[in-house]
Design a protein around this ligand. Structure first.
Ligand code: ARG
Ligand code: ZN
Length: 853
């Protein structure tokens, strides 16, 4: 069954208030709900309450046993005669048998919830849609010894002991909210607490709740929370609104984290950190996710979504907000590079495949499948483009207007754009196509300059490729930041210009251009598009050394590397000279910070190379890329060793400079290994053994695990023994092997799936082995097809346990059109086998069947 955006209708009944009474027990929890319902508009429809796997023990209306209620499938239908009633239901649920991790479930001895998007209906009967906003009163009762801490949304209003070793707590949330923001947690937890004083002088009690042994790993998350609260006040004028803000870390979680009002629930990997177990990447990800969920308090909770087609209203905007926050904490250039790398790896691929959909989709079967890179990351790019077009002052005026006008309501993407227009006076009618048209726009750019001192003409044209259900496209508005540099002098010839390309093709004229200009375009990645230009290797090398926009410098180097590898794949032989010289210059430039240098000298991934080719040849790409890596390693061995030694002198701290040094150190080590230097493995093993932090240890392990030295097995064993009781670090052990470039990775991964520490019950473990393997291009696309068979076997098994997590792992198989016919046939056969599996979930059916078409 397909849900369509244009079928939206306002709710027939509102529920201004709900009181929930939970008698918590892992085996059987009793849920009593009292809903105050009000007829919305002039109609005589009965009350329809969503349920999922629920059957009512009792239904009462206005205090007496209800008459004439019935089930319509999973929906409870209650006939009501008046305009307002009180409706009570009672159900029993079994959290410990909930392996889907949606609704109320058990994890590591505690009970917790996940309701977005439609998990609340697995807890109690309710109009489970985001435009029904209610004030919640929640009473929790549980065995005190096992569940001493009882948390829910809002503020605590009372608690007490009961007979039989039980106790209770009551929470009231004064802010009306949709059901997807409901949460409760019961467990034996301890908190890292602090107080934050808001800009208007209110004290908020902060708590990060974990199991006692994890308490020492919560300082970084708590610090990030305080920074986020201060940042949202300063940058968006947004203040926190309750007296408490709690975060709980759980070990079994379907994705990153959840912004439940006043009670965020997190995947523990985005909370727990200490230098021995978390990498610098983990530290940054924790800060980014803590910020993201905190920022949702305004962009998501105070202003929520009218329906799930508007999901990017809160997710795109909130990702943009967390990206801006992270940029402000460290290096904006490196943050932008990382975000663009991620966008290209996941969103561009999605946009080019069978699951492509607009940022505001028109239809879905299962909304869980739409928590995608398009909704989140392309959505964030849309907000970024509007902020670029409006400029900082108008953008802030527009967000102020948006928050003021829609506070306490469920809004649409259109509402957001209207605020942008109203506050700035800028017409965004054509820009709106970014919300409705899927596919990554392509821009062709050609710069002509006839004579020194004359004009330069930049010819731009755009096109958007067809995507499923959208055979032809209209031109978009593309904000392209452009600048020209003089090839001879290395100096800028113009200031930066913001070109708004809105026609299919346009010419931009630059007067009085003294010397041959080199084009710098889409600076800062101002538009999420693919630019094809006629810049040759010399131009790109020039920009990689002279462009004054760090992103554009990185981009020029990437393009040079990409052209080189793609050329080698096509011709069978590589000319590596230009890349080697450009990398040499970058390494020699001591004005650059190490984190930037590390990003700039990294080769594009195998899969990004594949995206440039009509038919992906995973083995040829691997060979071409490895050959370039080896030559870079050999030709610049001296430079890599210098960089390695310089970075090694740094002592451990978490400053941006020290993190950058560690990043460059790992990259240098990998190039030394690629050179084939005889001491590379012992250098790596020494780093592995002597490391006083996980970044260095995992960096060394990655180098060893990808190689053939006899130190490899030893290092993997030592790592395993040392961390066998730490699930988050064991995930790294699985992941490192699944991403390995070794020939035997497919067998290794099959063996690891039988390892005693592997389980389909934990989503992090699944992603670290199966998810990682499926993006290891050469290993997954092994010509035998064993990688495809392995993935399909695992997903069919996982679908019975956790369909949401299983369905997320379908896309690698959906790329079959991009491969040779032998591989494509094998991939299709596995998708078909999945689709034909009896009892397949709706989640998997939608993803797999769309991938086959
Ligand atoms: N709103 C959460 C966040 O972005 C994620 C919820 C994901 N839900 C899902 N069904 N995949 O922070
Ligand atoms: Zn979010």
């Amino acid at each position: 069954k397909v849900i369509r955006r244009d079928a939206y209708r306002a709710p027939e009944w509102m529920v201004p208030e709900i009181a929930l009474d939970f008698d918590l027990d892992p085996a059987e929890t009793r849920v009593h709900a009292t809903l105050t319902v009000e007829r919305n508009g002039d109609h005589d429809a009965p009350l329809r309450l969503d349920g999922d796997g629920l059957s009512p023990v009792s239904v009462r209306v206005d205090g007496v046993e209800a008459q004439g209620w019935h089930m319509d499938g999973q929906t409870l239908v209650v006939p009501l005669s008046g305009k307002a009633h009180s409706v009570e239901t009672e159900v029993r649920i079994a959290p410990e048998r909930n392996t889907q991790l949606e609704g109320l479930y058990a994890s590591g001895g505690m009970l917790c919830t996940q309701c977005e998007a439609e998990g609340f209906r697995r807890i109690t009967f309710f109009p489970d849609r985001p435009d029904v906003l209610s004030k919640y009163k929640v009473k929790l009762t549980a065995e005190k010894a096992r569940f001493p801490i009882l948390l829910s949304n809002g503020d605590p209003v009372g608690s007490g002991d009961l007979d039989g070793g039980r106790h209770w707590a009551e929470w009231h949330d004064p802010f009306p909210k949709p059901s997807y923001l409901f949460a409760l947690v019961a467990g034996d937890l301890v908190a890292n607490k602090a107080t934050f004083t808001t800009m208007s002088g209110r004290d908020v009690e902060l708590g990060i709740w974990v199991r006692a042994p994890d308490l020492p790993k919560t300082d970084h998350a708590l610090h990030a929370l305080k920074l986020s609260m201060a940042w949202d006040e300063k940058v968006y004028g947004r203040e926190y609104d309750l007296d408490v803000f709690n975060i709980v870390a759980v070990g079994d979680f379907n994705f990153g984290a959840m912004e439940n009002k006043g009670l965020n629930i997190f995947n523990s990997r985005y909370i727990l950190a200490d230098p021995d177990t978390a990498t610098d990447w983990d530290y940054d990800a924790i800060a980014a996710v803590v910020a993201h969920e905190y920022f949702h308090n305004w962009s998501g909770n105070r202003v929520t979504c009218r329906d799930w087609f508007q999901l990017s209203l809160k997710e795109g905007f909130t990702v943009f907000r967390d990206q801006s926050f992270s940029a402000d904490q460290g290096s904006p250039a490196v943050k932008r590079i990382e975000d663009v790398r991620g966008l290209r790896a996941s969103q561009f691929q999605e946009d080019a495949g069978p699951l492509a959909h607009p940022v505001r989709p028109d239809e879905y079967m299962e909304i869980s499948n739409f928590y995608t890179a398009t909704i989140y990351n392309k959505g964030a790019e849309l907000i970024r483009m509007m902020s670029t077009i409006l400029g900082p002052e108008n953008f802030r005026k527009a967000t102020d207007l948006y928050f003021r006008r829609f506070d306490g309501t469920a809004a649409t993407c259109e509402d957001f754009v209207l605020c942008m227009e109203e506050a700035s006076g800028i017409d965004l009618s054509q820009f709106r196509r970014w919300y409705s048209q899927a596919g990554t726009p392509r821009v062709k750019a050609r710069l002509e300059h006839a004579q020194n001192g004359g004009r330069a003409v930049l010819s731009l044209s755009q096109s958007v490729p067809p995507t499923p259900g959208q055979p032809s496209k209209e031109p978009m508005v593309l904000p392209l930041k452009v600048k020209l540099f003089g090839e001879k002098t290395g100096k800028p010839l113009t200031s930066e210009r913001l070109v708004l390309l809105s026609d299919p093709s346009e010419e931009i004229v630059f007067e009085d251009i003294a010397e041959r200009p080199v084009l710098s375009i889409n600076r800062g990645f101002s538009a999420p598009v693919i630019v094809e230009s006629d810049r040759d290797a010399a131009d790109l090398a020039f920009l990689s050394a002279h462009d004054d926009d760090p992103f554009a410098r990185y981009e020029a180097m990437q393009q040079l590397m990409l052209d080189t590898i793609v050329g080698a794949v096509r011709s069978g032989k590589g000319d590596h000279g230009a890349v080697i010289e450009a990398v040499r210059n970058t390494l020699a430039d001591d004005r650059l910070d190490s984190a930037f240098t590390a990003e700039a000298v990294l080769l594009p991934s195998e899969s990004f190379v594949g995206d440039q080719l009509a038919v992906v040849d995973p083995d040829a790409i691997f060979r071409a890329r490895e050959a370039l890596r080896r030559d870079l390693g050999r030709e610049l061995e001296h430079e890599w060793r210098l960089a390695y030694e310089a970075a090694r002198a740094n002592r451990f701290e978490l400053s941006p400079a020290a993190k950058g040094a560690r990043r460059l150190k790992s990259v240098a080590l990998s190039y030394i290994a690629a050179s084939g230097a005889p001491d590379a493995a012992s250098l790596a093993f020494l780093q592995f053994e002597k490391a006083d932090n996980m970044t260095d240890r995992q960096g060394a392990l990655t180098t060893l695990a990808g190689g053939t030295s006899d130190k490899r097995v030893a290092a993997l064993d030592i790592f395993y023994q040392r961390y066998s009781d730490n699930p988050l670090v064991l995930d790294k052990w699985f992941q490192t092997q699944a991403l390995s470039a070794r020939d035997d990775t497919p067998e290794t991964v099959e063996d690891l799936a039988r390892h005693r520490d592997f389980t389909l019950g934990n989503p992090n473990r699944v992603r670290s082995l199966i998810g990682a393997f499926s993006v290891n291009q050469r290993a997954f696309h092994h010509a035998s097809g064993r990688g495809y068979r392995f993935l399909a076997d695992q997903l069919i098994a996982l679908d019975k346990i956790n369909p949401q997590t299983a369905a997320k792992l379908i896309p690698p198989l959906g790329r079959w059109r991009r491969f040779d016919s032998l591989r494509a046939e094998k991939m299709r056969a596995e998708l078909q086998r999945i689709v034909d599996t009896p009892g397949l979930s709706k989640d998997m059916f939608e993803q797999a069947s769309k991938s086959l078409d």
